[in-house]
Design a protein around this ligand. Structure first.
Ligand code: ADP
Ligand code: MG
Ligand code: ZN
Length: 616
């Protein structure tokens, strides 16, 4: 029998809606403002900066979600200056740490770092200086494996703490803690030791990307207590989003797109593999673009050289794997192209976010094909770089299966994003990041909102009712992907095992394309009729995102008191790739009464979905 894992509930307070944090009457307010001007040369605070600083200075654990470029560094650098003692900053990459230290030195603030590459003697020297009682350093930057592997560091922290010289822990790029995140680093999981050893030292976790599940996972793993969460909108109004079918003329399409829209401008093309990076680069060079590639098998000096060339506009286009990105600060990136399917929506959002830092309009184009889905899925199951199970130092086999599952689910969500031809791209991304967005505010800056194709309103009340009933009937313990499997009549093992519970609803939605069924299900989540919640299991050390019914809103649906109308493309496309040779007829779609979707003929979508479905 299935073991029901133990559940922990996580509680937070929402800092963004609490007026006490914007007060200017804290004992440190004056000092803060003076230092912000004098040391950092800033005339004011950016949104949430003052609030975050006040919360962390008050001794609270704080979780910050702020888009890249929003000014997260200041929220710990200022407190570090005006507090006694040392601030320990954990950052994932040596290159990021070097950047930060250089910036601090430019403002005449001495900062130290420890990393695996340094001489033992040099490291001891720094630790001695820090413990000396009148250290010139206010900051110690370290990579996460230092915390996990250096007893010497922990001993020095203990000694600092016993002299009240340990001011604060800062976890930068905190999403790296989570298996759900797109940048999982096993060593980040070891950071839980800090709160265990030093429960009274305030912790500040910062990230530019986190879904609800990632956030919960991070809070759990770090052991944050009654944490105050600050978040602000992740919408980027100056970015233009579109998804384009990827054909075998993809490289010509990319060339044409750049030539017509961004010739000689700066851009990034994200590719799946090292080989792809090199192939795309070569093709673009032939087309007359100044392009270079960047990936993990190049040596660091080579990579640094390419990045520098690109920063100085000696080359325009960098064709890179996702290894290229964190800490890239080029303001005038005019386009981010995805040559293949990203692994998750938050990863995609983050990668697109590297365009248009200067606020000028910029394009994000994703080339989507079903075969890329298979490729990425294969890579994930092989445990590609950063995919958890085979990552160095990570040996908790119990979790490995779960990582695979979450990665696959993240990928499936990305697929349904690409296959969605109706909803606003901003809406889809932001909903995934836990934010509501009114699509009318997109103002036709995504392909779906600016599409001239005609849409038709359809009544999906019956489907909605069945989905809600299914979630309820199965005891609110499955993910949305799993509910869709049951609804569409999957015969896989887990679905079969619980078949008796689902009765007539197993397969009730088999006439629906997978993308349609998920769209309706996700719509119910955005309408608060269903809700996603996170379960954390002590046993497996994992989190899962599951669906539950919001009773107050669901009753109206279940009792038939509410109708649900959604938009769908009105014309059925003829699939060129259909092997059966069947030409789908254009079945008339009724507008007011319920019509089962897609019973008439397979659209390209449903062919994709059927293949997708059997591939699972
Ligand atoms: P993040 O870590 O959120 O991506 P950074 O901390 O690197 O962002 O800050 C991005 C840029 O914004 C930096 O150049 C920083 O100097 C600048 N910045 C931060 N806060 C302010 C402020 N209050 N006023 C003006 N510039 C600021
Ligand atoms: Mg930062
Ligand atoms: Zn839109």
């Amino acid at each position: 029998e299935r073991h029901v894992p133990e559940i922990i509930d996580v509680t937070y307070t929402d800092g963004s809606n609490d007026t006490k944090w914007c007060s200017r009457d804290f004992p440190w307010t004056k000092n803060l403002e003076i230092n912000n001007k004098r040391v950092f040369g800033n005339h004011s605070f950016r949104p949430n900066q003052r609030e975050i600083i006040n919360a962390t200075m008050s001794g609270c654990d704080v979780f910050v979600l702020m888009p890249t470029g929003g000014g997260k560094s200041l929220t710990y650098q200022l407190p570090a200056l005006i507090c006694a003692g040392i601030t320990l900053v954990i950052s994932p990459l040596v290159s990021l740490i070097q950047d930060q230290i250089m910036n601090l030195l430019q403002t005449n603030i001495p900062a130290a770092s420890l990393s695996a590459g340094m001489e033992w003697g040099e490291q001891q020297e720094i630790l001695r200086e820090l413990s000396s009682g009148n250290s010139k350093y206010k900051f110690l930057y370290v990579t996460p494996e230092k915390v996990a592997k250096s007893d010497s560091l922990l001993r020095h922290l203990e000694s600092l703490n016993s002299h009240s010289l340990l001011a604060r822990f800062v976890i930068d790029e905190a999403h790296c803690v989570s298996q759900w995140g797109h940048d999982f680093r096993p060593d980040y999981q070891g950071l839980g030791v800090l709160k265990k050893k030093f429960p009274n030292i305030p912790m500040l976790a910062l990230t530019a990307t986190a879904t609800a599940s990632v956030k919960e996972d991070v809070v759990q793993a770090l052991g944050l207590v009654n944490c105050v969460v600050f978040r602000q909108s992740f919408n980027r109004p100056n970015l233009w989003y579109s998804v384009v079918p990827k054909t075998n003329k993809c490289l010509e399409d990319i060339d044409k797109f750049i030539r017509e829209n961004h010739f000689d401008e700066s851009g990034i093309i994200y590719c799946l593999s090292r080989m792809d990076c090199e192939k795309v680069t070569e093709a673009l060079q032939k087309f007359g673009h100044k392009a270079a590639f960047y990936h993990g098998s190049m040596d660091p000096a080579q990579r640094a050289f390419v990045q520098k060339q690109w920063s100085k506009d000696e080359i325009n286009i960098i064709c890179a794997t996702v290894a290229f990105g964190m800490g890239i600060n080029k303001p005038d990136v005019r386009f981010v192209i995805h040559h293949s399917l990203p692994k998750s929506i938050e990863g995609y959002h983050q990668e697109c976010g590297r365009a248009g830092r200067d606020g000028q309009s910029s394009s994000c184009v994703l080339y989507y094909s079903y075969s890329d889905y298979i490729r990425v899925k294969h890579m994930i199951s092989q445990g590609g770089p950063g995919q958890g199970p085979t990552t160095m130092g990570y040996n908790r086999l119990a979790s490995a299966g779960r990582i695979l599952e979450t990665n696959t689910e993240n990928l499936l969500r990305m697929v349904s994003y690409c296959e969605n031809e109706v909803d606003c791209r901003r809406f889809l991304q932001l909903v995934h990041l836990g934010e509501t967005f009114d699509s009318t505010n997109c103002k036709k800056t995504c392909d779906n909102c600016s599409s001239s194709r005609s849409l038709i309103d359809k009544d999906v009340t019956l489907i909605a009712r069945q989905l809600v009933a299914l979630v309820k009937l199965t005891g609110e313990r499955f993910s949305s992907a799993h509910i869709i499997e049951i609804y569409r009549g999957s015969l896989n093992q887990t679905v079969k095992k619980h078949r008796h519970e689902t009765l007539h609803l197993h397969g009730a939605g088999k006439h629906l394309a997978k993308s349609e069924a998920s769209r309706i299900l996700h719509y119910l989540v955005t309408k608060d009729i269903l809700a996603e919640y996170v379960k954390k299991s002590y046993l497996y050390g994992s989190v899962s995102s599951l669906l539950k019914v919001n009773r107050s809103k669901a009753d109206a649906i279940l009792s038939g008191g509410q109708t649900i109308i959604m938009r769908f493309p009105s014309a059925v496309k003829v699939s060129k790739t259909s092997k059966s040779g069947a030409i789908p007829a254009k079945a008339p779609l009724k507008q007011t009464t319920f019509t089962p979707l897609m019973t008439h003929a397979p659209s390209q979508d449903s062919i994709l979905s059927v293949t997708l479905y059997t591939a699972l």
